[in-house]
Design a protein around this ligand. Structure first.
Ligand SMILES: Nc1ncnc2c1ncn2[C@@H]1O[C@H](COP(=O)(O)OP(=O)(O)O)[C@@H](O)[C@H]1O
Ligand SMILES: [Mg+2]
Length: 269
């Protein structure tokens, strides 16, 4: 995809999505969701090539990522595990274009994301990437439904359409009765569901989750994880999840083990 035509491509992608009417079911819920499936033979959603990250400080330079290389196929659910400080969040932030690599490239759906202008990076991030953070990162002064609509507001989706999408996601995630509450009136598990709904709002190519169960008790964490797993299995969402929980990691399609800024091992589960 040519960086110059990135906006037009996104709008074509939206049109394609609208024509899809794929019924999915998660637990007792079911919705008709537009799947972001392209009709091409390209099945790699993410390709990370030779990524390194160096931080400079008066105390010297620290290399926190060292020549990271891997690819993730469409619909794959990949976990990243490793000790604290091994570079997992830095890597996820670079994949999500929240930070830039010192060296190397990141391709999402064949777009060399750091070759784009800052404006197009912001567009790409809003349209192709859904983020889920450990601490939910919701806006407490506005309602749950408005929180979910934010990525669509940024994308310029018309009011009626974005309310429809948000409501559908609320139902899918089993929190439709919370639509008009402020996020801080919800439990941790419910807040994380809101964050997941927000991440899915623009039907992203890839969902990035940094310790999404880290603030939740074991049972709630497992429920949130099951939800992610069902999104991957039933909606073919491509998901990269950083986790400390090796039991949950084993339940994903593949685990990448990081240590000291390097990929130490990789295992298909
Ligand atoms: N902005 C920064 N400046 C300097 N060092 C940083 C910065 N951000 C992260 N680091 C360092 O990079 C290393 C990796 O951090 P991080 O990616 O957060 O690890 P993890 O998520 O695996 O715990 C840590 O040693 C951390 O202190
Ligand atoms: Mg981290």
């Amino acid at each position: 995809m040519c960086p110059v035509c990135v906006c037009a491509c996104f709008s074509n992608m939206e049109k394609k999505k609208k024509t899809m009417n794929d019924s999915i079911h998660t637990g007792t819920k079911s919705i008709n969701d537009e799947e972001p499936v392209e009709n091409d033979s390209e099945s790699t959603t993410l390709h990370v090539q030779g990524v390194s990250k160096v931080y400079e400080s008066p105390a010297g330079t620290t290399e926190v990522l060292k020549d990271i290389n891997f690819s993730i196929g469409m619909g794959e659910f990949v976990s990243i595990v490793g000790p604290s400080g091994s570079g997992k969040s830095t890597l996820l932030n670079i994949i999500g274009a929240l930070d830039r690599p010192s060296l190397g490239k990141v391709y999402i759906r064949n777009i060399d994301i750091f070759s784009l202008s800052n404006h197009d990076i912001a567009l790409m991030r809003n349209n192709l990437i859904g983020f889920i953070f450990q601490s939910y990162n919701l806006i407490n002064r506005t309602s749950v439904i408005k929180n979910i609509e934010i990525p669509a507001i940024i994308a310029g989706v018309e009011k009626k359409e974005r309310a429809k999408r948000a409501l559908r996601l609320l139902k899918l995630l089993g929190i439709e009765e919370k639509a008009n509450l402020k996020p801080n009136n919800l439990s941790g598990g419910q807040q994380q569901r809101v964050a997941i709904a927000r991440a899915l709002m623009n039907s992203p190519a890839i969902v990035l989750a940094d310790e999404p169960t880290g603030n939740l008790d074991t049972k709630t964490g497992e429920d949130v994880f099951k939800l992610l797993k069902s999104l991957s299995a039933r909606m073919r969402k491509t998901i990269v999840m950083v986790t400390h929980n090796s039991e949950l990691a084993k339940e994903t399609d593949r685990t990448i083990f990081m240590k000291d800024g390097r990929i130490e091992d990789e295992k298909r589960n």
